[in-house]
Design a protein around this ligand. Structure first.
Ligand SMILES: *[C@@H]1O[C@H](CO)[C@@H](O)[C@H](O)[C@H]1NC(C)=O
Length: 396
C-alpha cells in the first residue's frame, strides 16, 4: 500500500511540477553570427522558394478542357488526273471533325477509277516471276497489293510479276509530287475554340477572351509579339514557330502540337488568367535512318458506273495533323496547405540550433570549453540529488 502511494506521489510530481530547459549562453559574436546566418538561410528558403516560387500556400487543381477547330482557305490545283480543281475545307480536312486535333491534307497520290479485277503486281523482289510456278494461287503478301491468282504476267515489256486479284489499276506511290500539290495550305487559317474549367475553384475560361469582339476576330491573326490572344492561326506561322519549314513538311506530312498552357494563379491579387500558346513538332523527323518519315493514310471514294460496276478513287493523303494539347494547373490560397507548410517551415527552423550546435562544439576555437559546459555528466556513485556539475571547469 505504501509503495503504491509513493509511486502515486512521484507520478503526481512528474505530472504537476513544472519543467523547463536550462539555456547556455555563449558570449561569442562568431557563434551568434553563425546562428543568425543559418537562420537567415532557412528563412530565405521558406519565404523565397516555398512561398514565392512554389506557392506552397495554395491548393491546386488541374484543367478540364474542350477544343473545337475550324480551318478556312482555298487551294487550286491543275493536274492531268483531275483537271483544274479548287479545294475547300470539306476536301482537305479529314475527317471533317475530331477531338483535340485536325488534319490538313497537303499532298496526295490519287488513283482514279479502280475496279475489282486482276492485274500484275508492282515489281519487287518478292513479286517478280519467270513463269506460273513462281506464283501461288491464294497467297498474299501483306506488303503487296492483293491476292495472287497463280499466274505470271507481263508488268512491262521487260518485267514479269505475279498477277493479283485486287483494286486495279494498282496505286503507284513511289514518286510524290514535289512541291506539295496543296502548297497553298500554308495560307489557310484555323480558328481554335478552347473552353476550360477548374472544377475545384468553379473557374471557367475560354481562349476567346472577354475583351475580344467579333470585328477583331474577323481580322486578327495570332502572333506572339503583336496579337498573343488572337485565337486564329495561320498554318505557316504555326509550323514556323515549331521550327519547321512548311513547304518541306507539306510533302511528306507530319504532326505538330499546338500547346495551350492554362497555368494560372487564381488568387485575386495575381491578375488575369490568360492562355499561353506554344508550338512544337511531335513526330520525330530526325530519324537516324530516315525510314518511314512523315504522316499519311489512305481513303477511298466509291461510285457506281452507269452499267452498275463499282469503282473507287483511292487517295493516299499526306498532310499535317495538328494536335491541340491543353494543360495547366491552377492554384488558389487554401488554409490547409498553408498550415501544413507553415508547420514544415517551423520544424525546419528548429534544425538551425542543431546545426549551429554541431558547428560550435566541433569547429570553433573554444569548442572544448563549450563542450564541457554543454554536457553535464552524473558521477557513477552519485545519489539522486548529488550531481557533479561541469561548472567547476569554468573558462580558463
Ligand atoms: C500565301 O500568301 C502570301 C501573301 O499573301 C503569298 O505571297 C504566298 O504566295 C501565298 N502562298 C502560296 C503557297 O500561295
Amino acid at each position: 500500500m505504501s509503495e503504491t502511494t509513493g509511486c502515486g506521489q512521484s507520478c503526481l510530481h512528474d505530472l504537476l511540477y513544472y519543467e523547463t530547459n536550462k539555456t547556455l549562453v555563449i558570449p561569442s559574436i562568431q557563434a551568434g553570427c553563425l546562428f543568425r546566418f543559418i537562420q537567415l538561410l532557412v528563412l530565405l528558403y521558406v519565404v523565397g522558394y516555398v512561398c514565392v516560387v512554389q506557392k506552397a500556400y495554395q491548393e491546386t487543381d488541374s484543367v478540364i478542357s474542350s477544343v473545337s477547330t475550324k480551318v478556312k482557305g482555298f487551294a487550286f490545283t491543275n493536274t492531268s488526273d483531275m483537271g483544274p480543281r479548287v479545294w475547300d475545307t470539306a476536301d482537305y480536312v479529314i475527317p471533317p471533325q475530331s477531338d483535340n486535333s485536325f488534319f490538313v491534307m497537303t499532298n496526295m497520290v490519287v488513283t482514279p477509277t479502280q475496279t475489282q479485277s486482276r492485274c500484275p503486281e508492282l515489281p519487287s523482289p518478292s513479286a517478280t516471276c519467270v513463269d506460273d510456278c513462281d506464283c501461288t494461287e491464294g497467297h498474299s503478301n501483306p506488303q503487296g497489293s492483293g491476292i495472287q491468282t497463280g499466274l505470271c504476267e507481263n508488268y512491262s515489256t521487260t518485267v514479269q510479276t505475279c498477277e493479283v486479284r485486287s483494286w486495279c489499276p494498282l496505286e503507284i506511290d513511289a514518286v510524290l509530287p514535289k512541291p506539295a500539290l496543296l502548297a497553298a495550305a500554308e495560307n489557310y487559317t484555323v480558328l481554335i475554340k478552347n473552353s476550360i474549367t477548374y472544377p475545384k475553384f468553379r473557374f471557367h475560361g475560354r481562349n476567346i477572351l472577354p475583351h475580344i469582339n467579333s470585328s477583331y476576330l474577323k481580322r486578327c491573326e495570332f502572333n506572339h509579339a503583336t496579337d498573343p490572344h488572337c485565337p486564329i492561326f495561320r498554318l505557316k506561322h504555326i509550323v514556323s514557330e515549331a521550327g519547321e519549314e512548311f513547304q518541306d513538311m507539306a510533302v511528306m506530312g507530319g504532326i505538330i502540337g499546338i500547346i495551350i498552357d492554362w497555368s494560372c494563379d487564381l488568387d485575386s491579387w495575381a491578375g488575369k488568367c490568360y492562355p499561353k500558346y506554344s508550338f512544337s513538332r511531335l513526330d520525330n523527323k530526325h530519324h537516324v535512318n530516315n525510314v518511314a518519315p512523315g504522316y499519311n493514310f489512305r481513303f477511298a471514294k466509291y461510285y457506281r458506273t452507269a452499267d452498275g460496276e463499282e469503282t473507287r478513287t483511292l487517295m493516299k493523303a499526306y498532310g499535317i495533323r495538328f494536335d491541340v494539347i491543353v494543360f495547366g494547373t491552377a492554384g488558389k490560397f487554401g488554409i490547409v496547405p498553408t498550415i501544413v507548410n507553415l508547420g514544415a517551415a517551423l520544424s525546419f527552423l528548429s534544425l538551425v540550433s542543431a546545426v549551429s550546435d554541431w558547428f560550435i562544439l566541433n569547429c570553433m576555437a573554444k569548442s572544448d570549453v563549450y563542450k564541457k559546459h554543454k554536457f553535464t555528466y552524473l558521477s557513477d556513485n552519485s545519489g539522486t540529488e548529488s550531481i557533479s556539475l561541469g561548472t567547476s571547469y569554468g573558462t580558463e
